[in-house]
Every structure is written in structure tokens, then in C-alpha cells.
Design a protein around this ligand. Structure first.
Ligand code: F6R
Length: 247
């Protein structure tokens, strides 16, 4: 694992954008695995800025997002499709027909998941998978559980994740209770993984994930078994790692 220790969110965003840019510059046809949530927003802003300056070209890039709420259409402003459009895709020259997000409107969970696994396979797998991390160690919507679930699946979101996501909705009741997410094998099959962690709320999860045992109760801990992981974490997120003498 390569760990970049940065001061704050601004530095984290710039470093993450640098790594994503490097991938796109080195391989214009790259398949990017993308994430939503608060953490990557700054990196996406930075990528847009560099694109506008003429330093980046997304015209040949394909993207596959980690997850989507079940029951939300791409037009709904809480959907992850909408998030990706407004935070990145609408502002760069990516071909939207090559940007993939699980189909939240597909009610048949098995069909939705099988379709998404087929998409990932058809694009030839993921070159760089961007990840945030939940305060409970989740990646994508792979929540702590009894086993690592390999492929795209439908999950019932945990209370803590619903509460964490409530900030994006008018009320807690409106937060969807299910989501489609890539599974652990989908994520682990990416050639390279870039995990971003910012803020105190991630400090324990970050320590448990990279310095604790590899267990499904801490989904991100499986990344210890991946041979090309880059972590960018700011001082606040690294607090527990430092206190425990891991760094
Ligand atoms: C987002 C995703 C989630 C988030 C995680 C952290 O597509 O799959 O695993 O990365 O919940 O969210 P933030 O960045 O909002 O703290």
C-alpha cells in the first residue's frame, strides 16, 4: 500500500485528482471506477478545472460507478447518476453513453445486479477504482457483515449509513433503504485502487481497515489483500493510525 499523508481536504483533493489524471493521461481509454459521497467532490472539481485548462481529455474514458440507490431514477437529484452528472460528467468531454451506474429503477434486484456485472465485464474491467470509506469501514455499499459478497448485489442499508446519508435528503424517511452496489470481488479485480479518507469520522475505520485483521466486519480491510492500493488520507483521518503507532 502506498499512503499519501496530506494536511487537509484541499490537499487530499489535489492529490487524488493528480492520481486520476495520471491514469487518464497514461491510458486515454482507461476505465475509471468512480465513487460518490462528499469525499471525492473536491477531486472532481479539480479534474474539471484541469480539463477546462486543456490539460485533460476524457473523450475516450469509460466509467463505472460503485453504486446507486434502488428506486431512484437518474433524474432524481439524490441519485448517484445525478451526482456524477452534476459533479463531473456535465463539465468534461466524457461520452455519457460510456458512463455506467447501476440502474436504480430496475425493480428486479437480480436482473439489475447481473446486468451491472455484465457491464463491468464488457468494458474489460476497471483500471482505477476510486473509493471513499464509511465510518464503519464500508466500501461502496458493502456494509459490515458476516461475509464478503463478491459480485454486484442489492443491500439493505444499515441504520448508521441511512443516518449518514440523511444529510442529503429532506428527511430521514426519504433516504432509500436499499441500494445496488458492486461487490468485493468487483472492487478487488480493479488493477489499482485509490481510497480517500478525510476527517476525524474516518480515523478509526482507516486504522481498522489497514492495520487490523482482514474481516468482513470491516469491509475495507479486504484491501490489504490487493497488491496496488493507494491511500490518500488527511491528518484528521490519520489520527488513530498515529496514536496507535502504525505510522
Ligand atoms: C459512494 C460510496 C460510499 C462512500 C462512503 C463515504 O459511492 O460508495 O461507500 O464512499 O459512504 O462517504 P463520504 O465520502 O460521503 O464520507
Amino acid at each position: 500500500m502506498i499512503l499519501y499523508q496530506v494536511k487537509d481536504y484541499k490537499e487530499l483533493s489535489r492529490k487524488a485528482a493528480n492520481i486520476i489524471s495520471a491514469q487518464v493521461i497514461m491510458k486515454p481509454h482507461a476505465v475509471l471506477g468512480l465513487a460518490t459521497g462528499s469525499t471525492p467532490i473536491g477531486a472532481y472539481e479539480q479534474l474539471v478545472e484541469w480539463y477546462k485548462k486543456g490539460d485533460l481529455d476524457f473523450s475516450k474514458v469509460t466509467s463505472v460507478n460503485l453504486d446507486e440507490y434502488k428506486g431512484l431514477s437518474g433524474d432524481s437529484d439524490q441519485s448517484y447518476r445525478y451526482f456524477m452528472n452534476t459533479n463531473l460528467f456535465d463539465h468534461v468531454n466524457i461520452d455519457k453513453s460510456r458512463t455506467f451506474v447501476p440502474d436504480g429503477l430496475e425493480e428486479d434486484s437480480e436482473a439489475a445486479c447481473a446486468k451491472y456485472d455484465a457491464v463491468i465485464q464488457s468494458v474489460g474491467g476497471i483500471d482505477l477504482q476510486l473509493l471513499g470509506i464509511g465510518g464503519n469501514g464500508h466500501i461502496g455499499f458493502n456494509e459490515p457483515g458476516e461475509a464478503f459478497i463478491p459480485m454486484t448485489h442489492c443491500v439493505a442499508l444499515t441504520k448508521s449509513t441511512i443516518e449518514a446519508n440523511a444529510r442529503f435528503f429532506a428527511s430521514m424517511d426519504e433516504v432509500p433503504k436499499y441500494a445496488y452496489t458492486m461487490g468485493i470481488k468487483n472492487i478487488m479485480s480493479a488493477n489499482k485502487v485509490l481510497l480517500l479518507a478525510s476527517g476525524e469520522g474516518k480515523a478509526q475505520a482507516l486504522y481498522d481497515s489497514f492495520y487490523g485483521p482482514v474481516i468482513p466486519e470491516v469491509p475495507a480491510s479486504v484491501l490489504q489483500l490487493h497488491n496496488d492500493v493507494v491511500v490518500v488520507a488527511d491528518d484528521a483521518a490519520l489520527r488513530v493510525c498515529k496514536e496507535k503507532g502504525a505510522l
